[in-house]
Design a protein. Structure first.
Length: 310
């Protein structure tokens, strides 16, 4: 029997540790940074009184009901209907372009999968309903995720056992997202950073009018950068080796500048429509982005959408 990926992936172990150590108020605030302000009928921070509970470390002081606290002799907070979604859709690009290599040797699809695990950990901790959608040019697969985080992890890893072998189809992925009838459910779309360009913005802009939209962009290595330890470099979409004579300092600089211009322009447009972008070039860096997100959700920080820096 093969070992679970979390047994051999240190980032997965860190995600599992985070899943069991986070307090629910912290999870709610962290996800609140990435959600639209609409009512879900669940508890935890809205306008209508719902219930009283004992104060927990990390709760905002404005939630304390001082009259109730005096009555029972300990701090009590008011749980209100929270302004969030109760369903989350995790949409993953599984085209063969996602077999591209990141600077530390990981494939883009591995980093994207770990990023979705981080989202799933927080969402399941908050008892949201989670659906996983895998898309390439040959098929769209929807997998409802039942159970806790360990079950989600197993479902995702089982779905990704076969390496990507079909071209990507982001138009189909975004089209599927546009057809989701559960309006205001949170959408998390994971792909590699090179696929994120302004041509996608009209569709993403329409999605953002009805859903909180979050994109995960995985940065792969510059194929023209000289890296002796890597040896020959193969283009992921075509499978062809990149000629050595193209891998020059000028060529490397040109690719870096183009990538930077493209992603910065894309990020600016996302921020204008209230969507977020989390990008990194490894699972470890992506995990650190999430830790930054959690710290940004501490008491006193207003709920807002953010574009995480690279």
């Amino acid at each position: 029997m093969s070992r679970r990926r979390s047994d051999r992936d240190p980032v997965r172990r860190r995600i599992e540790s985070l899943d069991t150590s986070l307090r629910l108020p912290t999870v709610r605030r962290a996800l609140g940074l990435l959600e639209g302000e609409h009512s879900s009928g669940r508890r935890g921070g809205g306008d209508e009184r719902a219930d009283l509970r004992a104060y927990e470390f990390g709760d905002e002081t404005r939630m304390i009901d001082w009259h109730a606290s005096a009555r029972v002799g300990r701090p009590m907070v008011v749980e209100r209907e929270r302004l969030v979604t109760s369903r989350v859709w995790l949409l993953l690009d599984i085209g063969r372009e996602m077999s591209g290599t990141c600077p530390d040797g990981e494939q883009a699809i591995q980093v994207a999968a770990n990023a979705l695990c981080m989202f799933a950990s927080l969402c399941l901790r908050r008892s949201d309903e989670v659906d996983l959608v895998l898309v390439d040019s040959s098929a769209i697969r929807r997998i409802p995720c039942q159970g806790g985080f360990a079950r989600f992890e197993q479902t995702l890893d089982r779905a990704l056992e076969s390496p990507p072998d079909q071209p990507r189809n982001l138009e189909a992925l975004l089209g599927y997202a546009a057809g989701i009838q559960d309006r205001q459910a949170m959408l998390v779309i994971a792909t590699d950073q090179s696929a994120l360009n302004l041509d996608l913005m009209p569709t993403i802009r329409r999605l953002a009018t009805t859903h909180p939209v979050n994109l995960i962009g995985v940065e792969t290595m510059n194929p023209l950068r000289q890296q002796p330890a890597v040896g020959s470099v193969t283009d992921a979409p075509s499978g062809r080796k990149i000629p050595a004579f193209l891998r020059t300092a000028n060529g490397t600089k040109a690719v870096d500048l183009h990538r930077r211009y493209q992603i910065e322009a894309f990020g600016r447009e996302l921020s204008r429509i209230g969507a977020s972008l989390i990008r990194a070039d490894s699972s470890t860096a992506m995990f650190n982005r999430f830790i930054h997100l959690l710290s940004a959700g501490r008491p006193g920080i207003p709920m807002r959408r953010t574009v995480m820096p690279a």
